[in-house]
Design a protein around this ligand. Sequence first.
Ligand code: NAD
Ligand code: ZN
Length: 672
Amino acid sequence: MAVPAEILERIQRLRREIDEHNYRYYVLDSPVISDAEFDALMHELRDLEARYPETVTPDSPTQRVGAAPADRFRKVPHAVPMLSLDDAFSEAEVREFDGRVRRQLGLDASPEYVVEPKMDGLAVELVYEAGRFVLGATRGDGTTGEDVTANLRTIRAVPLRLRPAADLPERLDARGEVFMTREGFAALNREREAAGEPPFANPRNAAAGSLRQLDPAVTAARPLDIFFYGVGEIRGWRPQTHWEVLEALRRWGLKVNPLVHRAQGIEAAIRARDRLAAQRAALPYEIDGVVIKVNRLDYWERLGTRARSPRWAVAYKFAAEQAVTRILEIRLSVGRTGAVTPVALMEPVRVGGVRVRRATLHNEDEIRRKDVRVGDWVLVQRAGDVIPEVVKVLAERRTGAEVPFVMPRTCPVCGSRLVRGEGEVVWRCPNPECFPRLVRRVVHFASKGAMDIDGLGTKVAEQLVGVGLIRDVADIYSIEMSDLLSLDRFAERSARNLLEAIERSKATTLERLLYALGIRHVGEVGAQLLAAHFGSVEALMAASEEALQEVPGVGPEMARSVAAWFAEPANRRLVERLLAAGVRPAPPAARAGAPLSGKTVVFTGGLSGLTREEAKRRVLAAGGRVASSVGRGVDFVVVGERPGSKLEKARRLGIRVIDEAEFLALLEGTED
Ligand SMILES: NC(=O)c1ccc[n+]([C@@H]2O[C@H](COP(=O)([O-])OP(=O)(O)OC[C@H]3O[C@@H](n4cnc5c(N)ncnc54)[C@H](O)[C@@H]3O)[C@@H](O)[C@H]2O)c1
Ligand SMILES: [Zn+2]
């Protein structure tokens, strides 16, 4: 299959760009894009190469490590190549890694692993001959590094002589990561800013920039540290396991991270990673994940390496707090104070460990300043529990089809003209009832007698409306886990409970749905009368005001209100969206067999065990109807304390009269 020209062009362009960024990152220590943006480019290239394998060349960045050494340093070949690591971002991917290892080795059980913090710094190799430090180099492009011996000597944690030991190898290529503590990084940047120098973007770049200096005196003044995590070539010693290597390094005086762990099988390794993740924020240095390595070295040999990475290890990375995705739509939300906030709806993307599809754009000025357009590729960020935000637009990925955003002048909820105070950045809906009315509508919709969505009370409704997740009640059915997790009220569990309650509410009854819509003059009883008479939303939608008036028990006011409500196109659309979302209102007849199926009940007098509202609800739930007056067609009159004239009338008409206990028994279905 021939590769389309535009694909080939895109691949070549991606390679050029990635090479340039690698150069800036590894050689100049001064990246111009974030890691998330860089990873997105690599991802795209990897996907294209996977689809068109014939385009893969050995010099593609997907096949290589780092970047060639800078000319200002003497070049040092590595006896054993220094590779990169494969990434995994989920437990599933880590288990796949384990699966591949087991398959290749023909193992029945998951092998022993070593789990190590993945230091975010730069990789170096230090050559010790007869215990003396003789040569140190950066990773470079994996086969050739840069000579930074003099600079490494200035790091206090680097021993110039190993501790004497009987098993000291003749030659040891010790590998480790040079890093800077958070504190050291902050102090260095303070100094630089005071001196008018540009600050480093992060501790990783600061460490790399500090080590890769021509003048070792500069390096000496920088707070660098090192942890060792492995070896290249060794002469005169044959370890059996990686763990043995780590212990030996430590014994010989090379710093090994004390948080390294052995784990029996991949599940134990995943648990060790979770424990480290919990400690992460409290560590004095930055880690960007863990490295999981097969422990037995004979397995390493059998597993071997790929061009860029070994098959015996995987970097299980922590979720990145930034990601790249595309804006599909810009929507407005109305908050409690009437403030109108633009929100970006995006192609879903994982950020900070959760799926994100909405990000705040703050206000009109921010959109203009960042020049955010619909269709743009953007960098989004989600740090901790804060609402995701759009950091910037990737203008170089524009095609010309992007649509600039025009701030609407009317409220998306109530249609009022928006206002903006002198010197203010925020547009507001001036209608003081706008937000509270929508919240009340949502709460009513979710209430017990209506759709009965447990957990959707006033507080939650205010929050969902406030962030623009709900602009009408049909929006309730498109809420996703990720939407809830980005709000501060929700933990995984409460989010799951609410989503389950929303899902359950779809299987409802016609009368509940009608009542939930909040049509004026349509209470529970009215809804029940309409449901019984029409049997479906469609029939009700098609009914004329006259037809409505003919329904027994429906007065002219209710008829008018219902007809007017369904005449409104926005309301019809709302109902259609609810049905399309999967709301299934069962007609009353579908519940034949329920204890009060087809029966009409009238209440008179006060009940002792439950309120009148509850009693009505239970009748509806049992398939019955509640009427407000005694007449033909009424099956039972429930008599409580101090009954009114209804009792007399019932007796006169020969309608069955029951007390509260009998009523309850009837509901239970234990009496007919
Ligand atoms: N922003 C940019 O322009 C830009 C450019 C290039 C690369 N990058 C970033 O650099 C990263 C890729 O770099 P990489 O190829 O070095 O891969 P990597 O950092 O993902 O993994 C390999 C490296 O992990 C390090 N490491 C730390 N602890 C270790 C341990 N205990 N055992 C073994 N190794 C350990 C070693 O230095 C090793 O070389 C990505 O996060 C990418 O976003 C960014
Ligand atoms: Zn409004």
